[in-house]
Design a protein around this ligand. Sequence first.
Ligand SMILES: O=C(CO)COP(=O)(O)O
Length: 250
Amino acid sequence: MRRKIVAGNWKMNGNRQVAQDLAVGVSNIADSLESSVEVIVSPPYIFMADVISHIASSVNVSSQDVSSNDNGAFTGEISADMLAEFGCTYSIVGHSERRAMFGDTDDVVAAKVAKCIEKNIHPIVCVGETLEERESGKTLEVVGDQLRRALQNLDEAGLEKVIVAYEPVWAIGTGKTATPEQAQEVHEFIRGEIAVINEVVSLKTPIIYGGSVNAENAKSLFAMADIDGGLIGGASLKLEEFEVICKAIG
Ligand SMILES: O=C(CO)COP(=O)(O)O
């Protein structure tokens, strides 16, 4: 059976107190779930130490990004070694907001994925098409290309650490969710693309969906065969709603 994962991407939201309160609240939620469900939170870097000191050991912590470089003269960057030292075990890589606003090209994303693997951090690799790409029938082509380039050069042990997040850009923060069928089509395609690299690993790779997941739509999305959980933005900042989403996967 594949791992089921619900990850909250807090993006650049909250403050120190909010982050601590969310950490305690998410810990309580995680402790009430079946052990087969893995909960991850992804706070802003500056709150990570606080979050880790307030969070239950049952919850894993992710960064929202990572440097592709080792420690050195890279002003403003955070290295995988620094993250690992604090107990951060996952990193979101290639989020569409970073691709669109901060210059994370496919090559940069590939380098960050490789650095995560080297440092034993699980990359949550984000892929997804824009509305224009979907409307021109290019969804699978775009997603396949992003995926292949992100995973280039990984050996089997590296590929085994990867989580893929399908996040259609048009569904992020818009309230427009992909239908379960639309998401399933892409998730199945992603699994097939991973199978081309390594079939055995593809059967185990968690592929999670992100884009306006909420308390109402989570259950129908998570019911699909190749949707192994969610990467939740706005709704992960509201504990009651995040709890409903976590329970929808049980
Ligand atoms: O980008 C997302 C998670 O990484 C999704 O954000 P929303 O859930 O706010 O649409």
